[in-house]
Design a protein around this ligand. Structure first.
Ligand SMILES: Cc1ncc(COP(=O)(O)O)c(C=O)c1O
Length: 359
């Protein structure tokens, strides 16, 4: 008897999220998934080794990641009850929808943005309210696209959850905190400020938390802390909101190794800041050189840049770079096919990228 797939209904119909390629081997210069080109603080390796040497893996990790919560509370001047730890910030985003959205509810965000939001909404059987929004930026540095006003359609929507991604992926623009505050004040549901790239920009919506009990700030260890492989993210919000979210997280959502790595990484802020400063300096140089060569490059507050390729087409540029061993990100998505997103690597990697794109 022919058996039907047990995966049915909306999950059978939906498209899963397609992550950026993680090629095996090290032949390619990898500028496609916004990882940090520099290693994490050496304290991370020491902490993970000492975790492995101890009773460590025989026992479950702390369900609420207590040591990491406490460390994060100290670093961000909050209380531990205002911190929730996730298995990557993707886990935090998923927890938010699991807790706050039922089938048929609306979830709103501007597009283009991080594509995981769309997948999470589809998994929940909720309704996507996608508001097209591309801030003006001529790519030559002569406009001020970092000053962005959120569209009223987003602010005024009655959605159960709204995402605001700042710095935005994939375009790189930054949403000012006054706008995040305006959004939170006008919204009855949850507002998630996704600050996965927050350390590469200025300020944080964390400072708005005291005035907005419906606001949650999601941050990642994958970018500024160079820990993409550890899968660690943080949520900052009111204790009441986080207590609700904690009910729907996996009981032991973060491994002992990752918790040890996270505490060590937070403990060395100078290391993280040093790497962020290097990436920002390389970003400035890369943008300047590309513009001199005639490319239009958006202003970016993140560790990547968006390059307009409308004259050549994004895919041909992606293919030609790949043929020269440089892997960037091209999105086969409406409105994005005419550009590429390029992660900022080391100075040396970006020199190779610049010669590859020039040829
Ligand atoms: C905007 C945005 N949010 C969240 C994430 C997820 O990061 P994490 O590795 O912490 O799950 C990413 C990863 O690329 C991202 O670009």
């Amino acid at each position: 008897m022919k058996k039907l797939s047990p995966v049915t209904g909306r999950v059978a119909r939906m498209h899963g999220y397609v992550p950026g390629e993680q090629p095996a081997g090290g032949a390619l210069i990898k500028l496609n998934t916004n990882e940090n080109p520099y290693p994490p603080t050496p304290q991370v390796a020491e902490a993970v080794a000492s975790e492995a040497a101890g009773a460590g893996l025989r026992l479950y990790p702390s369900p609420m990641a207590d040591a990491l919560r406490e460390k994060a509370a100290q670093v961000y001047a909050l209380s531990p009850a205002q911190v929730l730890v996730g298995n990557g910030s993707d886990d935090i985003l998923a927890i938010c929808l699991r807790a706050c959205v039922s089938e048929g509810d609306e979830v709103a965000y501007t597009v283009p943005t991080y594509f995981v939001y769309r997948t999470l909404v589809d998994i929940a059987g909720a309704r996507r309210v996608e508001i097209p929004y591309v801030p003006a930026d001529d790519g030559r540095g002569s406009t001020a696209p970092q000053i962005v006003r959120l569209p009223d359609a987003l602010v005024e929507s009655g959605a159960r959850v709204k995402f605001v991604c700042s710095p935005n992926s994939p375009l790189g623009y930054v949403v000012p905190l006054e706008e995040v505050a305006r959004l939170a004040a006008a919204s009855t549901g949850l507002v998630v400020a996704d600050e996965a790239y927050g350390d590469f920009g200025e300020g944080s919506a964390i400072e708005l938390l005291a005035d907005h009990p419906n606001l949650l700030v999601a941050r990642s260890f994958s970018k500024s802390y160079s820990l993409a492989g550890a899968r660690l993210g943080l949520a900052f919000a009111s204790p009441q909101l986080l207590a609700g979210l904690a009910k729907v997280k996996d009981s032991y959502n973060v491994s002992r190794f990752s918790l040890a790595a996270g505490v060590a990484a937070l403990d060395d802020q100078d290391w993280m800041r040093g790497n962020v400063a290097k990436v920002k300096a390389t970003r400035a140089r890369t943008v300047a050189e590309l513009r001199v060569k005639g490319w239009a490059v958006r202003e970016s507050g993140a560790n990547f840049i968006w390059i307009d390729c409308s004259a050549q087409g994004g895919k041909p540029v992606y293919d030609r770079l790949r043929a020269r061993n440089v892997l960037v990100r091209w999105f086969d998505e409406p409105g994005l096919t005419d550009g590429i997103r390029v992660t900022i690597g080391t100075d040396e990697e970006m020199s190779t990228f610049l010669s590859a794109i020039a040829s």
